[in-house]
Ligand binder design. Structure first.
Ligand code: GUN
Length: 282
């Protein structure tokens, strides 16, 4: 039976560390500040933004909330971002996605200063992740690395299989596992014989957006299984991309949903804001 990797406990540890560093910066006269921009009022986005603000408050980061109307123009949004780019008292800028259809998301992301792009979505940060060097890394995959390291799981030399190739999770996840000297395979919807590939994994990271898709037959005995998915079933219960009941007897470690990867995303966002403020204070 697999050991549970407890994302609630590990994210709480990380937030405590951030809180102490934020207090240290405050004592030196720097209030760490994150600007959070939401356009429109998509209910799911409002929940995420609310959780980000709460986490900021908890760790002692000031959050500036920009709640813009659904019909905000691309020009207005870009002007706000440019203003925030120029402000010495703003360390991080986060534009909650998705944006309304009339706004070109990619252009918005690339307008955020790479030095304040705490989501790690700017091409310059994506490039740095792949080439090496200092930069922001997308919060969810960075959180997965922390879950593994803080659970004492070695990545070096392991067969790592990532299922999913999104810009936010799959691709940066693969780059991070490679940076940790894992042997990395990326699978996606066109992969042939998926189970054959996933069964090679010592570390299997799943981010495909299909509820309970990964069952025991996809998993090698003793594998570490990390579930990035989150879905709500017809009874309102949360589940991941991994069929937990099927896989957990076979795995050595597994992340639950909820309480696995989810809480790590916000903890890493806090960490990225701190890193930005520490860099700006240097
Ligand atoms: N929407 C869903 N996930 C994310 C995220 O990690 N960052 C931003 N900005 N928007 C999102």
């Amino acid at each position: 039976m697999a050991q549970i990797i407890d994302g609630k406990v590990i994210s709480a540890q990380m937030k405590e560390e951030v809180k102490q560093r934020a207090a240290k910066l405050a004592a030196q006269g720097t209030t760490v500040t994150l600007a959070v921009i939401q356009v429109g009022n998509d209910p799911a986005s409002s929940v995420y933004v609310g959780n980000k603000k709460k986490a900021c408050e908890y760790v002692g980061i000031r959050s500036l909330a920009y709640e813009l109307e659904e019909d905000t123009t691309q020009k207005e949004l870009l002007e706000l971002i440019q203003e925030l780019n120029g402000r010495g008292d703003v360390n991080g800028i986060l534009v909650q996605l998705p944006l309304p259809g009339h706004i070109r998301e990619e252009e918005v992301i690339q307008t955020i200063s790479p030095d304040k792009d705490v989501d790690g979505f700017h091409v310059q940060n994506v490039g740095r992740l792949n080439v090496g060097g200092e930069g922001f890394v997308s919060c969810t995959p960075a959180g997965v690395i922390q879950l593994l390291k803080r659970s004492g799981i070695m990545i070096e030399g392991k067969e790592c299989v990532v299922v999913g190739r999104s810009n936010i999770v799959g691709k940066p996840m693969a780059a991070l596992l490679l940076r940790e000297n894992g042997t990395v395979t990326v699978c996606h919807s066109r992969t042939k014989n998926l189970a054959e590939v996933t069964r090679r994994a010592d570390i299997l990271v799943v981010a495909i957006g299909k509820p309970k898709f990964i069952t025991a037959e996809y998993v090698k005995d003793g594998a570490v299984v990390v579930d990035v998915g989150i879905h709500r079933n017809e009874n309102g219960k949360l589940c991941g991309d991994v069929d937990f009941d099927s896989v957990s007897p076979k795995a050595s470690y597994i992340t639950p949903v909820p309480g696995g990867v989810g809480p790590m995303t916000i903890a890493m966002l806090m960490e990225n804001c701190l890193q930005s403020a520490e860099r700006m204070a240097r």
